[in-house]
Design a protein around this ligand. Structure first.
Ligand SMILES: Nc1nc2c(ncn2[C@@H]2O[C@H](COP(=O)(O)OP(=O)(O)OP(=O)(O)O)[C@@H](O)[C@H]2O)c(=O)[nH]1
Ligand SMILES: [Mg+2]
Length: 243
């Protein structure tokens, strides 16, 4: 593989109070940053404009909101086109512990062909509904990948090997994207490495905001797992014939 070059990709949709701080904290570890503004409203747009005028950051602006997955896809495509070998993906809502970035990157450097996923360690205030939905998606990804290779397929804190991601077609454009790309990478023979990392639910007073739509996003995730399970069965059936 060519020389290890990493940038950060930060998808953001209406994180007016946390996007600047997130970029500042990420920059302590990764100097090159791509922010994908997924159709944010005026207040968040102002924060992003302030950010862009005060620091070297690439901003991709999507006119309308079309989902975290499509925002990340844009960011990964841009990162690859700019010659990076790896992209650190991190949410813009301040949930992830940026102090763990060096550990994720060191893991990617040691295993440059692998997908490095943060394995979230949640604080006690994590909403029970979200934790349950996570357990379900872990259950399905274990079936789809034939074993517990992916500790947490939902966590948006990860390092991608870009060549492998660009060789894929991922259908999910919203919250169904993170699990789908992880499963498809495993199907393409990519190893998964996990690094534990604390995740907190930032108080609304500190700008913590979740855009996760309990019904719609969980329905999309279930639909995505149904598709992947059918594909997994198809793959299992043709495998013996390939030998
Ligand atoms: N939900 C959502 N997030 C988006 C979208 N586009 C970009 N994002 C960004 O994706 C990241 C994750 O979004 P969150 O809404 O926090 O979703 P989450 O972290 O899976 O859900 P929580 O655990 O409830 O916070 C944030 O940086 C968002 O700003 C979108 O259309 N919807
Ligand atoms: Mg979040």
């Amino acid at each position: 593989m060519s020389e290890f070059r990493v940038c950060a990709v930060i998808p953001t949709y209406d994180n007016p109070l946390t996007i600047e701080l997130t970029v500042q904290r990420v920059r302590a570890h990764v100097s090159d940053i791509i922010v994908v503004d997924d159709g944010s409203g005026p207040e968040a747009k102002q924060s992003i404009a302030r950010l862009a005028s005060s620091s070297p950051v690439v901003v991709i602006t999507r006119k309308t909101n079309s989902g975290k997955g499509s925002a990340v896809k844009d960011g990964l495509r841009e990162a690859y086109a700019r010659g990076y070998t790896h992209a650190l993906q991190i949410d813009a809502d301040g949930q992830h512990d940026t102090n763990d970035i060096p550990r994720l990157i060191a893991e990617a450097q040691a295993h440059p062909l692998a997908l490095v996923l943060a394995a979230p360690v949640f604080s006690s205030d994590a909403p029970k509904g979200r934790l349950l939905a996570r357990k379900l998606t872990v259950f399905w990804t274990n079936i789809e990948t034939g074993g517990a290779k992916i500790v947490d397929p939902m966590c948006g804190f990860r390092v991608y090997p870009l060549q492998a991601t660009q060789a894929l077609t991922v259908r999910g454009n919203r919250m169904d994207f993170d699990p789908e790309i992880a499963v498809r990478l495993v199907w393409n023979g990519v190893e998964v490495r996990s690094v534990p990392s604390k995740v907190r639910y930032v108080q609304a007073s500190e700008g913590g905001i979740s855009h996760f739509r309990m019904v719609k996003d969980n329905a999309l995730i279930s639909l995505m797992h149904s598709r992947l399970c059918i594909e997994a069965m198809g793959r299992a059936m043709v495998r013996p014939w390939k030998k």
